[in-house]
Design a protein around this ligand. Structure first.
Ligand code: APR
Length: 316
């Protein structure tokens, strides 16, 4: 079987980390694209030299020409501008919308069969804009947010509970904004749902509430600390996990931004919900039975997503 081809659109902090992870995990040959071709070429060359030291035969190429992504199996899109301190994800909207249109046109022309993972913020609006402009099937366009937000929640829980990260499952629903919905009822330690851990006295409700809030603001916390840019290691691995599920037909059940057509009562919008990713892309959207308070929080988050989607439509 010929090697798979991974196209990474955007060779910044996340793009470079994606290239490193793709190489180390031997996902396939990597094409790193950026409007600043030198950045893409420099990182690809550095990583090729690292691969040679590591005895790894994956090829890495940097480029500023979309023709080089021809036939890619997976495209992970991080092209755009990151948040600066004090800047909301929505402030980025207009700038990154233009970028999405360019990327969509390149991907549609050269890699129309690729499974595409959009990472650029504001995520829910960017994945919607990319889907609309590229006209790729909804099964092959997803947004990366839920995996990242869930793993942040998971890390906080592990530290608070003093239980191995391996035994914590966490689940975040809705948009990738400050009103995202960490679902405590669907999050657990060793299979024990969080509300039950509270009842058992293993977790204090106020601590849980604080972790929910910290998860919601998890991206902003890192933006403040870095002072120049936003998180990149965990966003990169989150997108890789989604890509791997497609490439290896793993059928993982992951929270991702997916196109809704009636599910959860929404239409023509991308939102973070559990989906199964396999060789056919998005193979199933899993509909949870939400309790009234969860539904209300989900609806609030969806109202924010709708607002940015309306702005996308207004710019077009
Ligand atoms: N086409 C291709 N690449 C572009 C374009 C474009 N039209 N416009 C900008 N880029 C490139 C930049 O040159 C830069 O190398 O996108 C890259 C973005 O990299 P960083 O600024 O380092 O941002 P990063 O941390 O990788 O985050 C990328 O993901 O999580 C989101 O909020 C984050 O929207 C941001 C995106």
């Amino acid at each position: 079987m010929s090697r798979r081809k991974i196209a990474l659109i955007g060779a910044g902090n996340i793009g470079g980390t994606l290239a490193l992870l793709s190489m180390q995990r031997q996902l396939g040959d990597v094409t790193l694209f950026d409007v600043f071709g030198g950045t893409a070429k420099g990182k690809a060359l550095d990583l090729s030299q690292m691969a040679s030291l590591a005895g790894n035969d994956m090829h890495l190429k940097g480029t500023d020409s979309y023709a080089d992504i021809k036939g890619a199996d997976v495209c992970i899109i991080t092209a755009g501008f990151p948040r600066k301190p004090g800047m909301g994800r929505e402030d980025l909207l207009q700038k990154n919308l233009e970028v999405m249109k360019q990327v969509a046109s390149g991907v549609r022309e050269y890699a129309p069969k690729a499974f595409c993972v959009v990472v650029t913020n504001p995520l829910d609006a960017m994945v919607y804009a990319f889907h609309k402009a590229s006209n790729l099937p909804k099964s092959h366009v997803v947004g990366m947010a839920g995996v990242l937000d869930s793993t942040r929640f998971r890390m906080f829980l592990s530290e608070e509970l003093q239980i191995s990260r391996n035994d914590i499952q966490a689940f975040v629903l809705g948009g990738h904004g400050d009103d995202m919905v960490p679902l405590t009822r669907f999050s657990n330690a060793g299979g024990i749902p969080l509300p039950q851990l509270v009842e058992m006295g293993m977790l204090k409700q106020d601590k849980l509430d604080a972790m929910v809030e910290r998860t919601r603001k998890g991206g902003g916390e890192i933006v403040q600390l870095l002072g120049n840019g936003s998180a990149f290691y965990t966003p990169a691995l989150s997108a890789i996990e989604m890509a791997e599920s497609y490439l290896y037909d793993q059928k993982r059940l992951l929270p991702c931004a997916t196109y809704l057509e009636g599910e959860y009562g929404y239409n023509n919008i991308f939102a973070g919900v559990p989906i199964i990713i396999g060789a056919n892309g998005v193979e199933k959207v899993v509909e949870l039975q939400l309790e009234p308070n969860e539904k209300e929080a989900f609806e609030r988050s969806m109202a924010s997503v709708q607002k940015t989607v309306d702005e996308v439509n207004a710019f077009n």
